[in-house]
Design a protein around this ligand. Structure first.
Ligand code: PHE
Length: 344
């Protein structure tokens, strides 16, 4: 096809024909057909370029320039047209859609208040050097009671208070069982916290649930004293609730600590007289607990003559109630979105 026409005329003709076709193309498919027809393997310009070999030497430079100019003019026109067609397609897709309308709000999730307070408590205690520990919620009587120096006739072991399985196992009534499990496998110094669920057959009311959340702590070493216990927990509550928070230690009894205390924090709810609310039990680990551990371990790693320790167990639900002035503990498990939204 290159033959017969002088290429100097043929190339500009191909160019203007191609530009006209590009201008006329009304959609991307037609445009692609034009591109293949001109620049494809058997396209008009490609075939014309094949005729270069027959062009006399003295004309080669000029014809080459014509070819290049045609190629780039066509390529530019294709690109411009492609962009214009794309824009038209975009506009068509948006037809009838008002892009200035405000977007639909996305519903964002948030952590449950109990999760928030648990994570904060863990963060404070970890900064003080406590490591996380864990234990099963389905426990045996040994780890929940016997090893914790709790006699067989202790009221906490009563069927009325504790959920027993037919197998004799039970739903742990406190996280203190993790103290035992930890000391069975680790040597002093031991410094752990164990957050988790605890279960009691309590009558459900504004301050009691049958499933609640505790955070256990245990520190055993050669020189652990009652002032360490007080200092640690006072620091903890001041970090959690602010330095002005009033904390008091009331003498109490637990089978596994001696001396023992209950800790109250002053709760201030708007429109109510401030009142003390019990948030934790604590005390110095009873030597009888160490003895029991040594018997299981068959060594003297926790020799009560050389090691001392303190333990505490706090109610995370209570801490959440104090932090946010929540009057009814049941709100924490009802999953009422109107309530939960306030903590987002
Ligand atoms: N386990 C006790 C309770 O659930 C709390 C406690 C933990 C007391 C550790 C003393 C030491 O009430």
């Amino acid at each position: 096809m290159a033959h017969g026409f002088p290429m100097k005329e043929q190339i500009p003709a191909i160019q203007s024909e191609a530009l006209a076709q590009i201008a006329a193309a009304a959609d991307e498919r037609t445009l692609e057909e034009v591109r293949v027809g001109v620049l494809g393997k058997k396209g008009t310009l490609t075939l014309a370029a094949a005729g270069m070999k027959d062009v006399p030497k003295e004309d080669k430079a000029e014809v080459g320039q014509l070819l290049n100019a045609a190629r780039s003019a066509i390529a530019t026109a294709l690109e411009t047209k492609q962009a214009a067609l794309q824009e038209l397609a975009d506009l068509a897709a948006l037809a009838g859609i008002d892009v200035t309308l405000p977007a639909r709000p996305l519903a964002t999730g948030a952590l449950h208040p109990l999760t928030q307070i648990r994570d904060e408590a863990i963060a404070i205690l970890r900064r003080m050097g406590f490591a996380l520990a864990d234990g099963p919620e389905i426990e045996d009587e040994f780890h929940c009671f016997d090893a914790l120096n709790t006699p067989a006739d202790h009221p906490a072991r009563n069927e009325k208070d504790t959920f027993y399985f037919d197998s004799g196992k039970l739903l742990r009534t406190h996280t203190s069982s993790v103290q035992i499990r930890t000391m069975e496998s680790a040597k002093p110094p031991v410094r752990i916290i164990a957050p988790g669920s605890a279960y009691r057959r309590d009558e459900i009311d504004a301050t009691h649930l049958s499933v609640f959340n505790q955070l256990e702590g245990l520190y055993v070493g050669t020189d652990v004293s009652l002032p360490d216990l007080k200092g640690t927990l006072e620091y903890f509550f001041h970090e959690l609730f602010g330095p002005e928070t009033e904390v008091r230690f009331r003498p109490h009894f637990f089978p596994f600590t001696e001396p023992s205390f209950e800790i109250d924090v002053k709760l201030t709810v708007k429109g109510q007289a401030p009142r003390w609310i019990e948030v934790a039990g604590c005390g110095m680990v009873d030597p009888a607990v160490f003895e029991s551990i040594n018997q299981t371990r068959k060594d003297k790693a926790f020799d009560p003559e050389t090691v001392t320790g303190f333990a505490f167990g706090m109610g995370l639900d209570r801490l959440a109630m104090i932090r946010w002035g929540i009057k009814d503990i049941r709100l924490l498990i009802e999953n009422d979105v109107r309530f939960l939204k306030q903590f987002a």
